[in-house]
Design a binder for this molecule. Structure first.
Ligand code: GTB
Length: 216
């Protein structure tokens, strides 16, 4: 039996691959693990059957045999630990790759999501014009630090790892804002990640959902 993940039946990103199921799809593609997808509506995400797997009523989830997981970090780590290809074997390098996964999710992603949500939900608020530059500055500060660390390397720590997978998908959340463009090292890094055949298969798979939903 293949593992089953959940994804939006109709993603608000309209096929741009910005929702978090892409991370899980990409990880599964990198390790060559076939998977099934259960598409869910917003109503289905909030219904008891889905809440039993995901306490916050969100996507993605991951089910394999008796195991049910939520949170992309936990899911990608689970996949990476059980298949070769996403984490180095050497213990210290493996620990560092996992640290980059955490850095992507808990240091880089929060200011990026905060900026994105403000752009979506606060544009008509009286504080928006004053707040936006502050949010942009917080994002740029983190991007500059990440760019400095990456320097001329292809990946964050040696070979491509789950840390890079997570970081590239987090950086992609900036696409609607254009903020990444000020950091050419990271633009190139993100492009390198997206050029990977496994990424492209994952992207096409989620895009096919959008095309099917648009046709139906
Ligand atoms: N911390 C959790 C994880 O990493 O798995 C967060 C999961 C999460 O935020 N899931 C979102 C969700 O289910 C989808 S990815 N939202 C529905 C809800 O909460 O009711 C976030 C997302 C949504 C849409 C876009 N977009 O349109 O560009 C981008 C990202």
């Amino acid at each position: 039996m293949n593992p089953t993940i959940t994804a939006f039946k109709a993603s608000p990103d309209r096929g741009r691959g910005l929702a978090r199921d892409l991370r899980v799809r990409w990880a599964l593609e990198e390790v060559g693990q076939p998977y099934d997808v259960r598409l869910v509506t917003f109503a289905e995400m909030k219904a008891p059957a889905h809440l039993a797997v995901h306490p916050f009523g969100q996507i993605p989830t991951y089910e394999d045999g008796g195991l049910a997981l939520f949170e992309t970090g936990a899911i990608v780590l689970h996949i990476a630990e059980r298949h070769p290809g996403l984490l180095p074997d050497e213990p210290a390098a493996r620990a560092r790759a996992i640290a980059w996964m955490f850095a992507a999710l808990s240091t880089m992603e929060p200011p990026i999501v905060e900026r994105g949500m403000a752009g979506l939900l606060e544009r008509d608020k009286p504080w928006f014009d004053a707040r936006l530059p502050m949010l942009d500055e917080r994002v740029h500060a983190r991007l500059s630090q990440l760019s400095d660390r990456l320097g001329g390397a292809d990946w964050l720590d040696g070979a491509f790892s789950a840390g890079d997978l997570m970081m590239v998908t987090v950086l992609r959340r900036l696409e609607p804002t254009g903020l990444l463009e000020a950091h050419p090292t990271l633009v190139a890094y993100s492009a390198r990640g997206q050029a990977r055949p496994a990424y492209q298969r994952a992207f096409e798979a989620q895009y096919a959902v959008f095309v099917a939903a648009s046709a139906g």
